[in-house]
Design a protein around this ligand. Structure first.
Ligand code: PEP
Ligand code: MN
Length: 293
């Protein structure tokens, strides 16, 4: 194999033959979403909200916090890839019924909706409401789902699976690009390592994946510290670390009452912590000539 860097996962022939469209041989992509948001340029968009939308009251409270912080991108998951099949009572409203809540968000707030799609059959229902489709870590190699989502020609956030290499991630992104959808945003969200899956480290944020992806791909890379560490107390540090490492966007989970969140109650920060963090990010991002949006 033609590998200029034999110790590295990605060879120069990979860039040419395996993922020619998403490789760094192309001009760096700037992905615009709506009028004010773009990934990959001098803006750092923050995507934030609860793990799942839970109910209308809760998500409306979250929308208000976003507006107060002058942010535009709402995490609004109605379909959730939960590790175990049992849903809590609080979850009765999500799924297809959540589509009506998304409609109400659209009517009442000037926000852009980021939502995860898990099944092709839901794409048609979600399409009119969703501004960015998320393909979650667990579906990173669900190639038919990636292809069909890409055909809608909306931006996609493709999360890296916790057991997959950067090479695998770029291979998956290529599936969207061959469908002529270039609006793919990559997301680092933590990986599994032999010592993870303990209470102290469910996943481990692969911070060096951020510069590595920038070196090998023309696509923007964002970071999701909340899913990586699974622990609210560490979200701020990992968010700041991601920014310093060159992340081109951030996904941060917050909740009005985090310890009572229906899903992942340990990782969400509260409204006050979130507001403080956004303020800090706005200040720090100036050093990098970037603007938080
Ligand atoms: C999520 O963002 O809600 C999610 C399930 O994340 P991940 O796919 O990274 O686990
Ligand atoms: Mn989650």
């Amino acid at each position: 194999m033609d590998n200029k860097f034999p110790g590295k996962d990605i060879s120069s022939s990979d860039l040419k033959d395996k993922f020619p469209l998403s490789s760094s041989n192309n001009k760096k992509k700037i992905i615009e979403v709506g009028k004010q948001i773009s990934f990959g340029g001098n803006k750092i968009p923050i995507i934030s909200g609860p793990n799942g939308i839970e109910n209308k009251d809760l998500i409306f409270k979250c929308c208000e916090i976003l507006e107060k912080n002058k942010l535009k991108l709402l995490r609004s998951q109605i379909y959730k890839p939960l590790t175990f099949p049992y849903r809590s009572e609080k979850y009765y409203e999500v799924g297809d019924k959540g589509l009506r809540i998304l409609e109400e968000i659209k009517k009442n707030f000037d926000l852009l909706i980021v939502s995860e799609v898990m099944e092709e059959e839901k794409l048609r229902l979600m399409e009119p409401l969703v501004d960015i489709f998320q393909i979650g870590a667990r579906n990173m190699q669900n190639f038919p789902l990636i292809s069909k989502t890409a055909r809608l020609n909306k931006p996609i956030i493709l999360k890296r699976h916790f057991g997959c290499s950067i090479r695998d991630l770029l291979g998956s992104a290529e599936y969207a690009l061959v469908e002529k959808n270039e609006k793919v945003i990559l997301c680092e969200r933590g990986i599994s390592a032999p010592h993870t899956h303990k209470s102290t480290s469910r996943f481990m944020l692969d911070i060096q994946a951020i510069p590595a992806i920038k070196e090998n791909s023309c696509l923007p890379i964002i970071s999701d510290p909340s899913h990586a560490c699974f622990w609210h107390g560490w979200v701020e540090s990992l968010t700041l670390g991601s920014l310093a490492a060159g992340a081109e966007g951030l996904m941060i989970e917050f909740h009005p009452d985090p310890r009572n969140a229906a899903v992942d109650p340990l990782q969400a920060i509260n409204f006050e912590e979130f507001t403080k963090l956004v303020k800090k990010l706005r200040e720090i991002s100036k050093i990098f000539n970037k603007e938080i949006v």
